[in-house]
Design a protein around this ligand. Structure first.
Ligand SMILES: Nc1ncnc2c1ncn2[C@@H]1O[C@H](COP(=O)(O)OP(=O)(O)OP(=O)(O)O)[C@@H](O)[C@H]1O
Length: 341
């Protein structure tokens, strides 16, 4: 659907060159919600501008629906752009137009009749849950409602791709959750492929199927959200994940635990079906070792279970080692280094 093949974008600032996007290869498949996460300056916006055809790559090729976008004429580019909807952090609505007027705007260029436009706007208002706001002006709406209008407007011309530029960054957590739910509906019910950029890992966790982590213009890690979350390779990815998964208790709790005689802590990661099995109790019973869950959680990620538990073991040292050796064949387990976090 969207293919980046060794794409670089370099800006020249006087004598200095800025490698905003550096040799990026990525594939966004049809029907996916693909999230790109990175800190400020990582190159996310530039990546989006290459997809919505506002920038051309310095080297490499961007294919959209198998078409090399560099090969398109300006007229063809304009036509292709109608196939890509976009929503923004600051909504970018026309304040002088009503909600209905904002949504109708992109339809005016399509040659649809007045009645056709009216019907389409009503349909879109229903889809985003704002039928009663058609005649309001943007400044009468909450942030979440404004973004719903933004989404309706982006969908007006029935695009195949929706690009979201930090679409929930200006919203409170509850409103963010509602907008993310709506984006999920856009993807599921309308089959629209979504490419989003964000600096918030909870957005990736909530709705994305795939994720790419960007740093200094490069994609440093990418894959299925479940795989990246449960086995992050890069320190930056680990940091992003820690921002949504508090996977260590506070230092005070850890110190207290140590004062009460706690020694070694192990992190045990359960993925998928194994989470439902009584692995821990079976293996520890077999080796006559006791275990104590000090901290942790089991949560749902991409409709799969993911357990992340901190555990201490009590018993004979050899028996504990045998327990660890056996557990290692079934789950991911590692010792938690002291003073981590
Ligand atoms: N038009 C431009 N001219 C010169 N440098 C640019 C231009 N656009 C982006 N850059 C530089 O490219 C790098 C990547 O910027 P980009 O905006 O893509 O990052 P980002 O991850 O989207 O960051 P943010 O979240 O802050 O927008 C930065 O160093 C930025 O200063």
């Amino acid at each position: 659907m969207i293919d980046f093949k060794n794409v670089s974008k370099t800006f020249r600032l006087g004598k200095r060159e800025v490698h905003a996007v550096n040799n990026v290869s990525l594939t966004v498949n049809e029907g996916e919600i693909f999230g790109v996460i990175g800190f400020s300056g990582a190159g996310k916006s530039t990546l989006l501008r290459l997809v919505n055809l506002l920038e051309r790559p310095t080297t490499g090729t961007v294919y959209i629906q198998n078409i090399d976008v560099n090969s398109l004429s300006s007229k063809e580019l304009r036509a292709r752009r109608q196939n890509i909807g976009m929503i923004f952090q600051n909504f970018n609505l026309f304040n002088s137009r009503t909600v209905a007027g904002n949504i109708a705007y992109p339809l005016k260029l399509t040659g649809l009749s007045k009645q056709g436009i009216k019907n389409r706007v009503e349909e879109l208002l229903r889809f985003v849950g704002l039928s009663d706001k058609a005649n309001d002006f943007p400044n009468q709406l909450s942030g979440g409602q404004k973004q719903r209008v933004g989404i309706a407007r982006a969908l007006a011309t029935s695009p195949d791709i929706l690009i979201c530029d930090e679409a929930t960054s200006a919203l409170d957590p509850e409103t963010t959750a509602e907008i993310l739910k709506l984006l999920k509906k856009v993807n599921k019910d309308l089959g629209i492929t979504i490419l989003l950029i964000t600096h918030e890992m909870h957005v990736i966790q909530s709705i994305c199927h795939k994720v790419a982590v960007m740093e200094n213009g490069e994609v440093i890690e990418s894959g299925d959200v479940f795989d990246v979350f449960t086995n992050p390779q890069h320190l930056t990815t680990q940091r992003f994940i820690q921002s949504v998964q508090q996977d260590l208790p506070s230092v005070n709790i850890l110190n207290e635990w140590r004062l009460r005689g706690g020694k070694k802590l192990f992190r045990v990661i359960f993925k998928g079906d194994i989470t439902n099995d009584a692995v821990l109790s079976q293996v520890t019973q077999k080796h006559q070792v006791h275990f104590n869950i000090v901290y942790g959680s089991v949560r749902e990620l991409q409709e799969k279970l993911f357990g992340n538990l901190l555990i201490s073991f009590e018993g004979n040292q050899d028996a504990i080692q045998n327990t660890l050796d056996e557990l290692k064949t079934i789950v991911d387990i590692e010792e938690v280094v002291q003073h981590e976090g």
